[in-house]
Design a protein around this ligand. Structure first.
Ligand SMILES: [Zn+2]
Ligand SMILES: [Zn+2]
Length: 348
């Protein structure tokens, strides 16, 4: 790797050389722009330190890589978070990206975007079934959806450790004539965060209120953006998947809902079943339906009233399907011989 002369000076002057023997571009290490504010640098450092904390990379090859990266990140932060060191670093022009033309910059940005999509894929979609009342289906409403999400630990800002003064050297960085070997001369050591056990992450239970629009019918699927599985790369900007809600409508007053159709039974007095006529029933939707009964209608006969079912959000309506149930009179009055004869005659 070619190291520019000025960078080579910088390496000697500030010991910027890493275990890889490269001149470190501190802005690149923290993925910030050269004009990043102190706050942007602080946030970038926490993210990077969390991502590369050696304890999070347990495989030996990964661990070595992580240890080097972690050290680089700390070096970069130590310099960029101190205005005097940062100014001196900037004067040495050790950042390689400052002489790019706008076109080059644009191309690099595009490459970065496609790289990010490839490396930080969004989370998967989640399918969820839920039952709502007819009232919510007809008038719209809200339902609650609870899920767990990983968050960056608020106590340690995701780093997993706190920096505390080194006990061995009393934060002086030195032990006798040499550097303190317990803190590698930093004067501070890391202590595991109690809230997240050094993981840098905590699980949070989140309840979202989801709007159910008017005109939802049984079997509708609502898609809510970004409430699905969390991207594995959420810390780096990976987006959550979507939540797909399959809606079922709860039965009401003996009526069931299937798609846009409403099914139920229709109690018909035996005289009406025999002689025919019409009857009015109250529907669970609050409407009334006038039903024509043909003479000699049997129990179990299905009567379909087109357009009397639920109405979806496109204005299309389903059917009302009624199953006839013949009801005998409750009266215990004795029948006269003549009445019995008439009934028996009908059977013939
Ligand atoms: Zn923590
Ligand atoms: Zn020490």
């Amino acid at each position: 790797m070619f190291v520019p002369a000025r960078c080579a000076n910088a390496i000697r002057a500030y010991q910027l050389v890493t275990d890889r023997g490269l001149c470190l571009d501190y802005y690149n290490v923290l993925s910030v722009s050269v004009d990043a504010t102190d706050e942007e640098i602080r946030i970038a450092y926490k993210r990077a330190a969390m991502q590369w904390h050696p304890d999070r990379h347990r495989e030996s090859i990964d661990k070595n890589e992580a240890e080097i990266k972690f050290k680089e990140i700390q070096q970069a932060y130590n310099t960029l978070s101190n205005q005097i060191l940062r100014d001196r670093y900037d004067r040495l022009q050790c950042n390689h990206g400052t002489h790019q033309s706008p076109r080059e910059q644009e191309r690099e940005d595009e490459e970065f975007d496609s790289w990010r999509e490839r490396y930080y894929p969004r989370g998967g979609n989640v399918k969820w079934k839920t039952t709502i009342t007819l009232d919510v289906a007809l008038n719209g409403g809200k339902i609650s959806y609870t899920r767990k999400e990983v968050r960056i630990c608020p106590d340690c800002d995701g780093v997993g450790t706190y920096l505390v003064g080194c006990k061995h050297c009393g934060s002086t960085s030195r032990s006798g004539r040499s550097y303190c070997r317990f803190c590698n001369g930093f004067g501070q050591t890391h202590q595991y965060c109690k809230k997240c056990d050094g993981d840098g992450l905590v699980y949070e239970t989140i309840t979202n209120q989801i709007n159910i629009p008017k005109g939802v019918v049984d079997g509708s699927v609502l898609v809510v953006k970004k409430l699905g599985k969390q991207s594995k790369y959420f810390e780096s900007g990976g987006v959550n998947g979507d939540l797909e809600i399959k809606i079922t409508i709860k039965s009401k007053d003996g009526f069931k809902f299937t798609g846009m159709d409403v099914t139920g039974s229709l109690k018909v007095p035996y005289s009406l079943a025999l002689l025919g006529g019409s009857t009015e029933i109250d529907l669970p939707t609050g409407k009334k339906a006038l039903v024509n009964i043909q003479p000699r209608t049997n129990s179990g006969k299905k009567i379909r009233l087109s357009g009397m079912g639920l109405v979806n959000n496109l204005g299309e309506s389903g059917d009302l399907i009624l199953s006839v149930l013949i009801v005998l009179p409750k009266s215990k009055r004795r029948l006269t011989d003549e009445q019995i004869k008439t009934i028996l005659d009908l059977e013939a």
